[in-house]
Design a protein around this ligand. Structure first.
Ligand SMILES: C[S@@+](CC[C@H](N)C(=O)[O-])C[C@H]1O[C@@H](n2cnc3c(N)ncnc32)[C@H](O)[C@@H]1O
Length: 236
């Protein structure tokens, strides 16, 4: 039986218009699993894109979300948040993950969906830029697109048109990410996610030009190489 996702309770047009990749609401639901976030805690949504995940966090948990993104304008995100009456709980900000404008020890949790790979493949990123902003024992919950195994330079011929070397620098498997976070987080869990087909299916069914290009990539992949990786743990 297909799982029912809370994402289905949200306005489909709103979700379809604001995805920037696999459905971040679906991913976030699996990423948080049985974790219940306390109302009003401060959550950083890092690389929030068009703030779908921020809306989900605010609506499902009543937490205060700081929705930070580099490519998406904060005013546009504020207008989007107003459309779904989430503007009181979600604070949109335009900032680079390397220059986050927050006090040390500010956040009770950080979530990041389909964004951490753009800055967090640098071994020093977490310790230098993210850890200082987190309270001790803060929840860290990250999902990134990844690979079932490291392809390195051995990209299969059928995937070469879709995967420039640049893209593959950021796509890694479970073991690569485990090594990256070992010793950095308590109760570390790094897993392949089960919502891959559903989250990608939602994205590919939109008429976004990038989704239309991604349809060809997914057809060529045919379930062989790509996955979604989840990383959860507590800050030390
Ligand atoms: C594929 S989109 C995903 C957006 C959203 N999380 C989602 O799942 O729909 C990747 C996001 O990462 C953000 N990003 C990339 N590099 C960043 C950086 N250095 N600082 C902050 N955000 C960054 C981009 O602005 C972009 O919105």
């Amino acid at each position: 039986m297909p799982k029912n996702y809370k994402a289905d309770n949200y306005n489909k047009n709103f979700v379809d218009q604001n995805m920037m990749g696999p459905n971040s609401m679906v991913i976030l639901e699996e990423l948080l699993g049985n974790i219940k976030l306390q109302r009003e805690i401060k959550v950083l949504d890092l690389g929030c894109g068009k703030a779908l995940s921020s809306v989900f966090l605010a609506t499902e948990f009543g937490v205060q979300v700081f929705a930070v993104d580099l490519w998406i304008n904060a005013t546009k995100n504020y207008q989007r948040l107003q459309q779904v009456h989430a503007e009181d709980l979600v604070i949109p900000l335009h900032a680079d993950a390397h220059q986050l404008p927050f006090a040390d020890g500010y956040f009770d949790a950080v979530v990041s969906i389909d964004a951490y790979q753009y800055f967090g493949c640098d071994d020093k990123y977490y310790d230098e830029h993210l850890k200082p902003l987190l309270k001790k024992d803060a929840l860290v919950a990250i999902s990134i697109p990844g690979m079932k195994y490291e392809l390195h330079k051995n990209v299969p011929d059928e995937m070469k048109p879709f995967w420039p070397d640049k893209a593959l620098i950021t796509w890694h498997g479970v073991n690569w990410w485990k090594e990256m976070f070992e010793g950095k987080l308590r109760d570390l869990e790094v897993k392949e996610m089960t919502c891959f087909d559903r989250a990608w299916g939602d994205w590919l069914s939109t008429d976004d030009p990038y989704a239309i290009m991604d349809r060809k990539m997914m057809a060529a992949d045919h379930g062989r190489y790509m996955n979604l990786v989840s990383i959860t743990g507590k800050s030390i």
